[in-house]
Design a protein around this ligand. Structure first.
Ligand SMILES: [Zn+2]
Length: 193
């Protein structure tokens, strides 16, 4: 740098020749001190800004992490709810299947008396189903729902019409009493009275 180069003082802003300046930045010692002071303040401010920026970023990261965690928890909750729902549906299915398995096996259609329930004995609805019959309406009966006690006992003998040979009157044996109904056996054929 030459002595007659024109410089600008960073402390007071005046212009002067390089030879007359205290340093290349300042025209005098006080201006140099002012520049140093200014630089210190500038650096301090920059440091403060940097700290604030770091804090802002830290808060932002914290918020993002919290949101991500909440989202994850929500997803996990939904997944668990879906799983529970699925489990309940599976349980229902299993229960239905179990009930089906627990249901007493019906006698096959080709058995001699497929309308006999394994536990309950004679099943009217099954009888209608197996014989492809329709029940006569109850209004046709004088006493559709008899209230008198069924006094038949198993082993009693009674006079009965042979269902396969209606002209024949035979002796039948009561083999089952169920509510108001009795069933008897004639020549090994079941008759329901
Ligand atoms: Zn100056």
């Amino acid at each position: 740098m030459r002595e007659d180069d024109i410089l600008c003082c960073g402390g007071c802003g005046c212009y002067g020749m390089a030879g007359e300046f205290f340093t290349t930045e300042a025209c005098s010692s006080p201006c140099q001190s002012r520049i140093v002071q200014k630089n210190r303040e500038k650096e301090k401010k920059e440091r403060e800004l940097a700290v604030q920026k770091q804090r802002r970023e830290a808060r932002k990261r914290e918020k993002e992490a919290k949101e991500a965690l909440e989202k994850q928890q929500e997803q996990e909750l939904r997944r668990q709810q879906r799983q529970q729902q699925q489990q309940m549906e599976d349980d229902d299915d299993q229960e239905a299947e179990q009930q089906q398995q627990n249901a007493k096996p019906r006698l096959p259609y080709d058995s001699p008396h497929p309308w006999l329930d394994v536990d309950k004995g004679f099943s009217w609805s099954r009888y209608l189903e197996c014989t492809n019959s329709r029940a006569a309406p109850s209004k046709l009966f004088h006493e559709a729902y008899p209230t008198a006690k069924n006094t038949f006992r198993v082993g009693m003998k009674l006079e009965a019409i042979d269902p396969e040979h209606p002209a024949l009157i035979c002796v039948g044996s009561v083999v089952q009493v169920q509510g108001k109904h009795s069933s008897s056996i004639i020549n090994n054929a079941f008759v329901y009275i």
